[in-house]
Design a protein around this ligand. Structure first.
Ligand code: NAG
Ligand code: NAG
Ligand code: ZN
Length: 344
């Protein structure tokens, strides 16, 4: 079996066939007046679909896969490069402009995901804010490293609109007043945001097509942004968590939360939406892993670790391997087919 077929097996199972249509969709959404509860009716194409994100990641409901090692990150750390920070009216992001970083999924030698940007979602207080819930906890902050498939596509825009196009790494954060040193890139971003009015509020971003001002920051290694323990994660096929909620995202959410000083949260909560109100609670609440209707295929979540006595899948039964399809691999095929039919 060729590498391409193996890799297609991975992504073809996880990432569902969903291409945006030619019809122009409504673009007005926010977390206050056209909030996440309205999205399924306002953005009918996907936001009410069967493979939406975020979800609650539940240890006992996820299947252990013995063959999920940490992804490898290869990057060019030539000094002097710059990234761009901006506030788009919904959140704050760093765009990895001109960065050459590649993430490889082990066991899939030609796989290539290129990190494009990271953005964050946070709450009004420490009781909520993350999009995914990790083993029963709603964390106050979650970062999303958005990556595009550079094996199948030659640029972000093509990948974002296509089958198997995107993969996102989810990073959870926990405030801890005893923490003094933490992720240097996050600290640098926070100090920029705290001091630059262009990043505090984008009034023009009330217009969704407005280009927000972008502020330079020194480039950094992606490894300094993700948790130290990258061996433990959950993996599932889902969607973007903002409209149009397209369902072509392979999600990896790290189990280990990063500890950060409470000032990180305070700075993010001091940012403003375009109308001048506090930029808080810019997260989508979790949606069910599977619709309550018993008809149609079911999604599954896998985890790379096993902390209890639950027996894992035997080695070689990995659903990542297209040549040894497991029963949940087959159920994912069914999900993909169901969604493909629904999209027609
Ligand atoms: C990333 O992959 C591309 C090919 O897609 C390659 O040209 C580039 O050198 C790689 N970057 C690094 C840092 O390995
Ligand atoms: C929105 O912004 C775009 C680009 O800046 C501009 O061309 C357009 O006229 C704006 N629309 C409104 C309604 O302000
Ligand atoms: Zn996000």
């Amino acid at each position: 079996m060729s590498m391409l077929m193996k890799f297609t097996g991975l992504l073809g199972l996880l990432l569902l066939v969903q291409l945006p249509g030619g019809k122009s969709a409504p673009t007005d959404w926010d977390y206050v007046s056209n909030d996440p509860s309205e999205w399924p009716s306002a953005f009918k194409k996907w936001c009410g679909g069967r493979a939406q994100s975020p979800i609650k990641l539940i240890y006992s409901e996820a299947r252990y896969d013995t063959d999920l090692p940490p992804y490898s990150i290869v990057e060019d750390n030539t000094p002097g490069r710059k990234f761009k920070v901006y506030n788009d009216g919904h959140k704050v992001s760093i765009f990895f402009s001109s960065a050459m970083m590649n993430v490889t999924v082990p066991g899939h030698p030609n796989s290539c995901f290129r990190p494009h940007s990271i953005h964050w979602h946070w709450g009004a207080d420490d009781s909520h804010g993350s999009e995914h819930w990790m083993e029963g906890r709603h964390y106050p902050l979650e970062g999303h490293v958005v990556m595009w498939n550079c094996q199948f596509y030659s640029k972000f825009e093509d990948a974002a609109n296509s089958f198997s196009g995107l993969a996102v790494l989810g990073i959870l954060y926990e405030p801890d007043s005893s923490v003094t040193t933490y992720s240097r890139p996050l600290a640098n971003m926070i100090s920029l945001v705290a001091s630059d009015p262009r990043l505090q509020r984008c009034a023009g971003c009330a217009n969704e097509t407005f280009e927000p001002p972008k502020v330079d920051m020194d480039a950094f290694p992606l490894g300094d942004l993700v948790p130290a323990d990258r061996s433990q994660y959950y993996l599932y096929g889902g969607s973007l968590t903002t409209p149009d909620c397209r369902q072509n995202v392979m999600w990896t959410v790290y189990r280990q939360a990063q500890r950060v000083p409470p000032s990180v949260l305070a700075t993010l909560r001091s940012l403003k939406y375009p109308d001048g109100s506090a930029m808080i609670s810019n997260f989508r609440p979790p949606v069910p892993l599977n619709p309550t209707s018993p008809f149609g295929a079911r999604r599954i979540v896998v985890r790379s670790f096993n902390s209890g006595s639950t027996p894992g899948l035997p080695r070689g039964a990995s659903w990542l391997r297209a040549d040894k399809l497991s029963s949940f691999g087959l159920s994912l095929v069914a999900v993909a087919m169901t969604v493909a039919r629904a999209a027609v």
